[in-house]
Design a protein around this ligand. Structure first.
Ligand SMILES: *Cc1c(COP(=O)(O)O)cnc(C)c1O
Length: 368
């Protein structure tokens, strides 16, 4: 049989959070709460759903590959030029296109060791050498990452808030990093959760873009806008960088339905603000409960939180699953053998999760 490229032979197929339907079937459970994939527990704005339904009437027509209508609205919303935006089938596809446009076999690319898996995956597909830098207290260690930049380094990835730990690096830290890394290194700042972040020292990515032409921001409609299933996200960067990424973009990579839904979602600012507020309340509640239970956790800025249960994460995962709660086990997300990552749900979901977690903790022996 013909063999694929040698550099992809050992790549794992992505293991997603368990689908609700599958868990229901396997465990015979009626009610399942999925807090595993950082989805919006409040769904999407009703106007986005209506726009998507209406656009289905045009399902037989190819989309506008450049997404001009959405591009114009988004450019105005962000205060950037339309030529600075590239859309993807999720930010995931923008990551893929950046790797495709910028990474050759033998190039080096620097990232945190425990971060969003798609950077490493797509770099490996292109045959680039992945240089991984351990987190420090769950945070990107930007100094250590800078120390790993060589004349072979082409792309550096910074996930902010970092998935899976939920931590951030500050505006000052990112600005200092950009000021010192060479202009010939592309720096990707993944801000998939930026709309959730409340702290004032979170980077103002758009102002950094004006200072640093080698910076690309990643954003998405999958998280706070609640459109994960429709697959639409985007990158923002210098027009020359965006042009290069555009050259490897599949011609019809985002659908009509996704574009129309995203446009409507973008316009519902009240929905976004409500989700932000409810998420902040949820984070505060979960943090308070983890403190009460004596469980260490990383300071969380997105819509998820990583908590150390002190028990093997596979056991905690399985026990929570039996109670109808799907989370992500830390051992699958990096070097977190006793942690779980839990998405902030609705108030009722969060309270149910804590009750289930208390039962699970009592039933499992502490790992020593
Ligand atoms: C969810 C997520 C994305 C992208 O999600 P899409 O659905 O592909 O837009 C990108 N980066 C991080 C860190 C994420 O958690």
């Amino acid at each position: 049989m013909i063999q694929p490229k040698p550099n992809i032979v050992h790549l794992p197929v992505y293991q997603p959070g368990k689908p609700i339907e599958e868990v229901k079937r396997e465990l015979g459970l009626e009610r399942i709460v999925k807090l595993a994939s950082n989805e919006n527990p409040f769904g999407c704005p009703p106007a986005a759903k209506a726009a998507a339904m209406e656009e289905l009437a045009n399902a037989g027509l190819y989309p506008d590959g450049s997404a001009a209508e959405l591009r114009d609205a988004l450019a105005a919303h962000l205060g950037v030029d339309g030529g600075q935006i590239i859309f993807g089938a999720g930010a995931d596809e923008v990551i893929l296109m950046i790797a495709r446009a910028y990474l050759r076999p033998g190039d080096e690319t620097v990232m945190a060791r425990d971060t969003f898996g798609q950077y490493k995956h797509n770099a490996a597909v292109e045959g680039a050498a992945v240089v991984e830098v351990p987190l420090r207290d769950g945070k990107h260690d930007l100094q250590a990452m800078l120390d790993e930049v060589t004349d072979k380094t082409r792309v550096v990835w910074i996930c902010n808030p970092n998935n899976p730990t939920g931590t951030i690096v500050t505006h000052k830290e990112v600005e200092a990093f950009l000021g010192r890394v060479g202009e010939d290194v592309l720096v990707v700042l993944d801000e998939a959760y930026s709309e959730y972040v409340m702290t004032p020292d979170y980077p103002d990515g758009l102002s950094l873009l004006r200072q640093f032409p080698n910076l690309v921001l990643l954003r998405t409609f999958s998280k706070i806008y609640g459109l994960a299933s429709l697959r639409i996200g985007y990158g923002i960067g210098h027009p020359d960088v965006v042009r290069a990424i555009n050259q490897v973009r599949p011609p019809f990579n985002t659908t009509r339905v996704a574009q129309k839904a995203a446009l409507a979602a973008l316009q519902d600012r009240a929905f976004v603000e409500r989700c932000r507020q409810l998420n902040a309340e949820g984070l505060q509640y979960l943090a308070g409960e983890f403190r009460r239970l004596g469980l260490p956790f990383y300071p969380a800025y997105g819509n998820f939180i990583m908590v150390d249960t002190g028990r093997p994460s596979a056991d905690v995962f399985a026990a929570l699953l039996r109670k109808g709660y799907i989370v992500r086990a830390g051992h699958q997300l990096g070097n977190f053998p006793t942690s779980i990552r839990v998405t902030v749900g609705s108030r009722e979901q969060n309270e149910g999760f804590i009750r289930a977690l208390e039962d699970v903790l009592a039933s499992l022996r502490v790992n020593v």
